[in-house]
Design a binder for this molecule. Structure first.
Ligand code: WT7
Length: 643
């Protein structure tokens, strides 16, 4: 799969900083700028400003350009839900909807500098709402519609958001969840929110708060058909997306407009080789970075047609997704290892009864993909015809960092490896002193240069941004992941190196789960541990100490589950809860999660104590014995496996 016109021009020396900047300028030139930048890059570690003084607007780059090129009749989204309801939305219709929403929001006071939260299900309306916010030059912050009222409240508070765009309901596995009610609950405490835009999907009456809630449907007819896109400087914050870190407080990853869009535009082409006639389906929700970069901005900037699906992968039947691929003749399919592992367990007939021959490219994201699952994806789904593009990246990186490039010269694939870095990304694997490790050795994955898609900071927390990503290793971006680089320069991702779990491709800090657990009055202390899980890659096990005067019980387990759902969201389901008398700690009082994990994995205690010589050995032994007893009684009926 060669496409020489796209290959990273070999005539320039990519070691030379000026040439590197010129390379990125060439990529940026493919976007519709209102005014060209005066400087490619201002780099004051850890803050990169790309395409300084350039003027651009994201909704213009995603919509207006195509309308101007006569593509208004082209399908932007084929939308379908789990009941089989479906509709198509053309670029012209999406453009109109975006302008109408922008008009409604502008009339309600939304302007450049405001933060607007989007709390919506996977619908074309969500895409229009996101784009409408960017059209006004306001900063967008999508909160995944599976997050709870408490999680929403936190994000409103941190972002000082003045507006929310939500809907009455979201559907999941045949149930409807009242989103508006969750918003009302989140707004019970005093906060910065001034107006709530509500999209009505059902006919039923809605409880509205006078002066605050505006029903979008009621204002739609009178709204203007065109709103002038607000031109913003390249480094104007396009969006804030909250993601988990090692503390209980989520981080507001902030992305620029010009640099971010340039990077997304370039990387979707490089990795997936999108074409005018591509039918593309990325299964991610807009609540995650994948849903931003590769459901909204990337596909729309390229003017391609996408499928958008609202619902669970295997509902009402396990062939739901394969049916969609066959019906829409999808050519590029991008999903997560968790979904693949789940499908691999079902009867293969669910797949083979559908014609998947339209597929050309397969993508994977979110977690390490095991070689067996990779091979299964390649053989069974791709019919041995389609390269598997395993894309390693993060909320912070904005776009793909390590992935095979089907749109450039495609390297030989190795099942389970994300292969090589994207053009001009200096990824490396280093030891704790910052030195590159020899091939085949595990170490920390870092990036040694700025790139246009990198986050411009943490919202209103520049010091934390510096401390988390740029201080551990001098002059390098620290990803928080372990990796191995083999002798051929291929990267093998090995999961997180910090106290962050990756459950079904969703990042959750152990600290957040622990704080939700100790919010239960009967719980004194808790530790959350990631263990390997056959479907979701990683699952969470909670160890909890019961407060004096309370006793452990099934009800208490239920209360903990309830609390994690209330604090984080209903997608969190602990796969084991153990009540213990004490937790193994270092002498300085840090919980030794490694010990707990070792017990779950059946390692002898001796192996554990040698790992951490500051540990109080007696305490470790005591906890170890107690846990073994508990484990033998409970014997993991919960399908969490230890490695
Ligand atoms: C973390 C980032 C990037 C979009 C989805 C998740 C893990 C992501 C891969 C991959 C192995 C991967 C890493 C990373 N991860 N993609 N292809 N192979 N691990 O975004 O929530 O920011 O999580 O997901 O551990 O640090 P995120």
């Amino acid at each position: 799969m060669n496409n020489s016109s796209l290959s990273t021009s070999t005539s320039i020396s990519l070691k030379n900083q000026a040439d590197r900047e010129m390379f990125w300028e060439q990529q940026a030139e493919k976007l519709p700028w209102f005014k060209r930048w005066t400087k490619a890059l201002n780099w004051t570690e850890p803050f990169a400003h790309w395409f300084v003084d350039g003027q651009i607007n994201a909704s213009y780059a995603c919509l207006d350009v195509h309308i101007k090129n006569g593509l208004q009749e082209k399908i932007a989204f084929y939308w379908e839900d789990e009941c089989g309801n479906n509709r198509t939305v053309t670029y012209g219709q999406l453009f109109l909807m975006t302008n109408k929403y922008a008009s409604i929001m502008r009339d309600a006071g939304v302007k450049k500098g405001d933060v607007v939260i989007v709390y919506l299900p996977m619908t074309p309306e969500a895409a229009a709402a996101m784009l409408a916010i960017t059209r006004l030059g306001a900063t967008l912050s999508v909160v995944f519609s599976g997050f709870s009222a408490a999680a929403l409240q936190d994000r409103i508070g941190d972002a000082q958001a003045k507006f929310i765009f939500t809907a009455d309901v979201v559907y999941r596995k045949g149930r409807s969840i009242n989103l508006k009610q969750i918003v009302d609950q989140a707004l019970e405490v005093p906060c910065t929110i001034e107006k709530v835009f509500v999209l009505k999907r059902l006919e039923q009456e809605l409880a509205l708060t006078q002066g605050r809630d505006l029903v979008v449907n009621d204002l739609y007819e009178q709204a203007a058909d065109f709103v002038e896109p607000v031109s913003v400087e390249s480094n104007h914050p396009l969006f804030i997306l909250y993601t988990s870190g090692t503390t209980g407080k989520p981080k507001g990853i902030t992305h620029s407009t010009g640099g971010y869009l340039t990077y997304v535009y370039a990387t979707i082409k490089w990795a997936f080789n999108v074409q005018e006639d591509s039918i593309y389906w990325c299964t991610a929700d807009i609540g995650w970075i994948t849903g931003h970069s590769y459901v909204i901005y990337g596909p729309l900037m390229h003017g391609i047609s996408s499928v958008m699906y609202e619902g669970a992968p295997d509902f009402p039947a396990p062939d739901q997704w394969w049916k969609l691929i066959a019906n829409y003749k999808i050519t590029i399919f991008y999903t997560s290892p968790t979904a693949l592992r789940m499908f691999k367990r079902y009867d293969v007939e669910y797949i083979t009864k559908h014609d998947l021959s339209s597929l050309k490219i397969l993508g994977s994201v979110g977690e390490p993909i095991n070689p067996e699952v990779w091979q299964w994806y390649y053989d069974v789904i791709g019919g041995k015809r389609c390269p598997v593009i395993d894309t390693w990246w993060q909320t912070e990186t904005g776009g793909f960092m390590i992935a095979p490039t089907a749109g450039l010269d495609l390297v030989d694939l190795k099942p389970g490896s994300a292969t090589k870095p994207m053009p001009l990304i200096d990824a490396d694997v280093i030891d704790e002193f910052g030195n590159s490790v020899p091939a085949g050795t595990k170490g920390f994955l870092v990036v040694k240069n700025p790139w246009p898609g990198m986050a411009i900071g943490l919202y209103k927390a520049p010091e934390r941004f510096k401390a988390v990503y740029w201080e551990r290793f001098k002059g390098m971006y620290y990803s928080g992941d372990y990796a191995i680089k083999d002798k051929n320069g291929y990267f093998w991702l090995l999961g997180r190196a910090d106290e962050v779990l990756n459950i079904a491709g969703h990042r959750i800090g152990t600290a957040e789960i622990e704080s939700a657990t100790v919010a239960v009055p009967a719980i004194a202390e808790a530790a959350a541990i990631g263990v390997s899980h056959p479907i979701t890659g990683e699952g969470v096990v909670i160890f909890a100490i019961v407060r004096q005067g309370f006793t452990s019980s099934v009800d208490l387990e239920r209360e903990i589950i309830q609390s994690t759902r209330a604090h984080i969201g209903s997608f969190i389901m602990p796969c084991g809860i153990y009540f213990v008398d004490s937790l193994p700690k270092t002498r300085s009082g840090k919980i030794m999660r490694r010990v707990l994990r070792a017990v779950l994995e059946g390692l002898p205690v001796g192996d554990v104590t040698t790992l951490e010589n500051e540990a109080s050995v007696d305490e470790v032994k005591r906890v170890y014995q107690q846990l073994q007893l508990l484990l033998s009684k409970k014997n993991n009926s919960n399908s969490c496996s230890a490695a």
